[in-house]
Design a protein around this ligand. Structure first.
Ligand SMILES: CC(C)(COP(=O)(O)OP(=O)(O)OC[C@H]1O[C@@H](n2cnc3c(N)ncnc32)[C@H](O)[C@@H]1OP(=O)(O)O)[C@@H](O)C(=O)NCCC(=O)NCCS
Length: 266
């Protein structure tokens, strides 16, 4: 497994990108613009500049990736509290298309972790679509997050054709920043040992199936089967601890029992 370092300026593709906390209103406004570009949201659905400003002022984080002082990636996290413990909810992570798959998304997450640790935060959470193979791979395999909670239809059924009119089910990624698993993995380069109890498969074609009305039913089948498998597995105390992908682009969650007891309640 390849572990990349977190120096402040490394190459993303052939271009140097600096990762750091956003400093002023212009940089925060650039995050809003990049958000528009990456998700194509209508204005009514955009997280506005004011929220980015507030997030920074109340203990959240806005971190950017800069290429020649142009913003090419960002993350937005807001503070939360669970069971009396402060934690961060990372609401957005985006990288401009040209800069993807060069490790920048991961570097921004690592910078989030560094900043959080400076503030004494131990947990960062975010949600992700269980059918999104790339995001699951990044979260579980490249960062060492785990998932053991599942929200059914979190945002209601979206009209986006890319979602294939499926319910917006979400897994909750828990990134325990000081856990043995994450420290061994990120700081020492040792992949976590997982004793698998169950695998949950995601076929690579699921994106095409969702996008095409003629094959949408197949995506819906995978969606409902996997929903049942996750809910049953989580009720048995299992957690998604690893994510594997094969040469054809299929993904699979590896579930087992987590041997650490980090928890703030759910
Ligand atoms: C998710 C996102 C931020 C990742 O950024 P990125 O800079 O491409 O991420 P990284 O390069 O650090 O890591 C991505 C990894 O996934 C891998 N990957 C790429 N496509 C993949 C696929 N279809 N299936 C599985 N893994 C895939 C990459 O190869 C890379 O792994 P590697 O370093 O071992 O090669 C970016 O794709 C993005 O902006 N997506 C749109 C917005 C989004 O979905 N945000 C997340 C939810 S809020």
């Amino acid at each position: 497994m390849q572990i990349k370092d977190m120096s402040t300026s490394v190459s993303a593709g052939s271009q140097a990108v600096e990762v750091r906390v956003c400093r002023d209103l212009d940089e925060l406004q650039a995050c809003v613009e990049l958000q528009k570009e990456v998700w194509g949201f209508a204005d009514a659905d955009l997280i506005p500049l004011r929220m980015f400003v507030v997030a920074q002022k109340i203990g959240g984080q806005v971190i950017g990736g800069f290429h020649d002082s142009e913003l090419v990636g960002f993350s937005l996290a807001i503070p939360g509290n669970r069971g009396g413990h402060p934690y961060l909810h990372s609401h957005m992570l985006a990288v401009r298309e040209l800069f993807r798959n060069s490790g920048l998304g991961r570097r921004i997450k690592l910078a989030q972790r560094e900043e959080a640790l400076k503030e004494g935060i131990e947990l960062m959470e975010w949600t992700f679509d269980p059918l999104e193979i790339k995001n699951a791979y990044l979260n579980l395999h490249k960062l060492g997050a785990i998932a053991r909670r599942y929200n059914i239809n979190q945002y209601g059924i979206s009209s986006s054709p890319l979602q294939g009119c499926l319910p917006t089910d979400r897994l909750i990624a828990e990134w325990w920043l000081r856990s043995r698993r994450v420290v061994d993995f990120l700081d020492r380069g040792q992949a976590p040992q997982v004793k698998p109890d169950l695998m949950i498969e995601v076929p690579a074609q699921v994106y095409e199936w969702k996008a095409n009305p003629a094959t949408r039913a197949r995506a819906a089948e995978v969606h409902s089967l996997n929903r049942e498998l996750f809910l049953t597995a989580f009720a048995r105390g299992l957690a998604a601890l690893e994510y594997e992908r094969d040469s054809e682009g299929n993904g699979r969650f590896v579930l087992g029992r987590w041997d650490e007891n980090w928890s703030y309640g759910s």
